[in-house]
Design a protein around this ligand. Structure first.
Ligand code: NAD
Length: 347
């Protein structure tokens, strides 16, 4: 079986649903159930014996040790993290506790467990660390995208905490021989994303006739990837990735935040027009910029394409349409997020 951390979060839950749709291999899901974790995302597999859920903090090293020894996973897929940049600016402590200390605790439990393995069990064990493109800092408009050799330059407390966790994972490989794999993915979107992030927040606010907040001039650029494509990429890295290697995962879909919000408004105008006949675009409201806001992120995802044959199946147009349709069919997942700042719109 495999051990997934943070499997009640946005990407983790999508990954477990995708995994169980492609494989009969069971999953042990460890999640603390913070504000962004909700086990109802996995209600489709509630009765499925292949999904074992345990509410636990990855920072509880003895508990993690017990989990490894009870379930004897052949691999770990580590999603659990504090993930929202605005929250990391308002209150960074939880980011250090989970992203840095929690990852350390999980690595130590994995190291102790590895020491008990022999032969093929030991050779095939993998620790897949899920990271972000934000650890590299900000690109200027004409810069080439980040590649796997780009230097680290994290700018937000979130990015710095993820960068720290990347360094720990790398060191556990180099020093102790932990067979890690690391991935750096661009912005995800899709079902079950917590409605504090740009896309679900925009849809939720549009439908509630609230302002659609955009930081600064709205021209910050992100690359967007449909979450199902991220899940497929992680499956391919777990299956074929070389221990010690890092893979970039991206959608080849760079957009300004303003482009994304305009597109969402246009889709909503078609699918569920405002009662007064106006476009949702009239709800767009520019707000004071986020402190230290990175201008542009983008990754070169050539390595995973050449070495593992992964490419995104969705374009931004097909993925965003699926996402809007899913949100309209599942409005309960757009319930207002607890505000972290007056205007938070996190991409
Ligand atoms: P999320 O906030 O939706 O989910 C995080 C999950 O981790 C939640 O279920 C939460 O309860 C759990 N968690 C938090 N602290 C924990 C702890 N101490 N112990 C156990 N569980 C804990 O985040 P997400 O968007 O699904 O991101 C998942 C991972 O992917 C993160 O590591 C993030 O850095 C990375 N990532 C996200 C994106 C993106 O666009 N969302 C892009 C690249 C990488």
């Amino acid at each position: 079986m495999i051990l997934v951390t943070g499997g009640a979060g946005f990407i983790g839950a999508n990954f477990i649903l995708d995994w169980l749709a492609h494989s009969d291999e069971p999953v042990v899901n460890i999640d603390k159930l913070t504000y962004s974790g909700n086990i109802a995302k996995l209600s489709a597999v509630r009765e499925d014996a292949r999904h074992i859920f345990m509410q636990a903090d990855i920072g509880d090293q003895e508990r993690m040790h017990a989990v490894f020894h009870t379930y004897r996973p052949r691999a770990v897929v580590h999603f659990a993290a504090e993930s929202h940049v605005d929250r990391s600016i308002a209150d960074p402590a939880a980011f250090i506790a989970t992203n840095v200390c929690g990852t350390f605790s999980l690595l130590e439990a994995a190291r102790r467990y590895m020491a008990s393995l022999t032969g093929e069990e030991k050779n095939s064990f993998r620790f897949l660390h899920v990271s972000t493109d934000e650890v590299y800092g900000s690109l200027d408009p004409g810069d080439p995208p980040f590649n796997e050799a780009s230097p680290y330059a994290p700018n937000s407390p979130y990015a710095a905490s993820k960068a720290a966790s990347d360094h720990l994972v790398r060191a556990w490989h180099h020093t102790y021989g932990l067979p890690m794999l690391a991935t750096h993915c661009t912005n995800n979107y899709g079902p079950y994303q917590f409605p504090e992030k740009l896309i679900p927040l925009t849809i939720a606010n549009a439908l509630a006739d609230k302002p659609l907040p955009l930081y600064g001039d709205g021209h910050n650029v992100r690359d967007w990837l449909y979450v199902g494509d991220h899940c497929a990429a992680l499956r391919s890295v777990l299956a074929g990735g070389v221990p010690g290697a890092t893979y970039h995962i991206g959608g080849n879909s760079e957009k300004t935040n303003l482009d994304v919000v305009n597109l969402l408004c246009d889709l909503l105008d078609r699918l569920t027009p405002r009662a007064d006949g106006h476009s949702y675009r009239r709800q767009i409201a520019f707000v004071a910029d986020r402190p230290g806001h990175d201008r542009r992120y983008a990754v070169d995802a050539g390595r995973i394409a050449h070495e593992l044959g992964w490419k995104p199946a969705e374009s931004f147009d097909t993925g965003i349409r699926k996402t809007v349709e899913w949100c309209l069919a599942h409005p309960q997942w757009l319930a207002p997020a607890e505000a972290v700042s007056a205007e938070g719109t996190g991409a």
